[in-house]
Design a protein around this ligand. Structure first.
Ligand SMILES: [Zn+2]
Length: 135
C-alpha cells in the first residue's frame, strides 16, 4: 500500500487530496466549490448525489458537540448570562457550519478512504484514478 491510513488522516485534517496530498480539494478563488477531480492526480472528488450528505451530518455533529454544547454548559453553570448565551448560540449555530464547511468535506473524504484505503488509486496500481466500486 503506497498511501497509509496515517497519511490519509493527515491529508484529510489539512484539507488535502487523500491520494496525492496536493492542496487541490476546492477550486481556486472559490470558498465552497469542490473540484470535480484533483488536478494533480486525477482522483475523482465529486461523487454521486448524496455522497457528501455525510459531510453535512459531520458538520452538524461538530457544531453541536464542539460549539453549542460548550455554550450550553457555560450557560448552565452561570458563566454566561441568558442573553449572551442565546446570542452566542444563534451566531454560532449559523456561522460555525459555514466556517467548518470545507473541513467537513475533507473530513468526510478522509473517513471514506480511511476505512477503504484500497479504493485510492495510489493503492490500486493498475486502476484508473478515481475508479472504485462505488462510482
Ligand atoms: Zn490528488
Amino acid at each position: 500500500m503506497n498511501v497509509t491510513r496515517t497519511q490519509i488522516l493527515q491529508r484529510g485534517l489539512l484539507n488535502r487530496c487523500p491520494n496525492c496530498g496536493g492542496r487541490t480539494l476546492f477550486r481556486q478563488g472559490r470558498l465552497f466549490e469542490l473540484n470535480r477531480e484533483c488536478p494533480q492526480c486525477g482522483l475523482k472528488l465529486e461523487r454521486d448525489e448524496g455522497f457528501f450528505l455525510g459531510s453535512l451530518s459531520l458538520n452538524y455533529g461538530v457544531t453541536l458537540v464542539g460549539f453549542l454544547t460548550p455554550v450550553l454548559l457555560l450557560w448552565y453553570f452561570k458563566v454566561l448570562g441568558d442573553t449572551a448565551a442565546a446570542g452566542l448560540a444563534i451566531v454560532g449555530a449559523l456561522g460555525f457550519p459555514v466556517l467548518f464547511y470545507r473541513s467537513s468535506r475533507s473530513w468526510w473524504l478522509m473517513c471514506y478512504y480511511y476505512f477503504l484505503p484500497h479504493h485510492l488509486p495510489a493503492n490500486q496500481g493498475r486502476a484508473t484514478a478515481g475508479e472504485d466500486q462505488n462510482t
